[in-house]
Design a protein around this ligand. Structure first.
Ligand code: ADP
Length: 273
């Protein structure tokens, strides 16, 4: 930070006269650095499951007559493969988002519908932990963008809320108009989980950053979920807010520009319920 990258070119155009071209490469350098870091991180993250799979498969091969071991290790191979699948999927998603071509044809996205869809996708995990899923808020709110990306973002937030909470707690998701700006909508995911320490709150949006690597891995985390959420928000002209108290819980809020539906079907401003 605070550094500039300038490319200076000097050309002699005539006797005693030179042309000096100064190009500001700061932004380009940052993009280059980010891409290089991403590739380094990705290779590192891929090595872990690939290495584990290779080792497990080798052990199975050396112990084919041990039925119990074969069963156990094959199950572990499957688990690591599933992790690898999620990781590759998320890497593809993230690089698509970074290229910024995800929003070429924006559509009218109804937030209730998207939230309901995301809730459906995490119901199995929630039930397995007996986490109670609650949803509510204002119906009939829209944003302009990509429904499947917004659903992915909300799903990632719900996944985390469930993953970093104790059994028999509550996770809620609410949709509403921003109380201080009627041109913004808010989708808030609230949990009663382990929370995030102040000093980690900014870092959790970084690619592959986890507060507790072991816990994230054990629960199938990749460290990419929140950076995807951040990119989805940014691509829609929005932001992500985080409030958290360690030991009490966290609230992640997607704040997006509101889209008002035109035509005869349009309603007046819905009252918050
Ligand atoms: P992961 O796949 O590890 O969950 P994320 O990018 O989704 O990756 O999140 C990064 C880290 O932020 C997590 O590893 C976890 O330490 C922390 N985190 C995310 N959501 C929550 C939450 N709701 N409560 C507590 N910690 C969270």
């Amino acid at each position: 930070a605070g550094q500039f990258y300038l490319r200076v070119r000097v050309a002699r155009i005539a006797r005693g006269r030179v042309l000096v071209l100064i190009e500001d490469r700061t932004a380009a350098k940052r993009v280059e650095d980010m891409r290089r870091d991403f590739v380094v991180n990705v290779s590192h993250e891929l090595k872990t499951p690939v290495g584990a799979i290779a080792l497990l498969a080798e052990t199975v091969q050396d112990n084919v007559e041990d039925a119990e071991l074969v069963r156990d290790y094959s199950a572990r191979v499957r688990k690591e493969t599933a992790r690898l699948e999620v990781l590759v999927q998320e890497i593809i998603e993230l690089s698509r988002l970074q290229d910024g071509d995800a929003l070429v044809e924006p559509e009218e996205v109804e937030l209730d519908v998207v939230v309901a869809e995301s809730l459906d996708r995490v119901r199995v995990e929630a039930e397995a932990k007996e986490v109670r899923l609650v949803s509510g808020g204002t119906p009939g709110l829209y944003v302009l963008g990509d429904a499947s990306l917004i659903a992915t973002a909300v799903r990632n937030l719900l996944d985390n809320a469930i993953r970093y909470s104790d059994p028999r707690t509550r996770v809620s998701v609410g949709v509403g108009v921003d109380p201080s700006d009627p041109e913004l909508v808010r989708i808030a995911v609230v949990d009663q989980g382990i929370g995030i320490a102040k000093e980690a709150q900014e870092r959790v949006f970084e690619r592959f950053y986890r507060v507790d690597k072991a816990r994230s891995r054990a629960t199938g985390g990749t460290g990419l979920g929140l950076s995807i959420v951040k990119h989805v928000a940014a691509d829609h002209g929005g932001t992500v807010e985080l409030w958290s108290t360690p030991g009490r819980g966290s609230t992640f809020t997607l704040v997006l520009p509101r889209h008002r539906i035109e035509g005869p079907g349009a309603q007046a401003d819905p009252e918050p319920s």
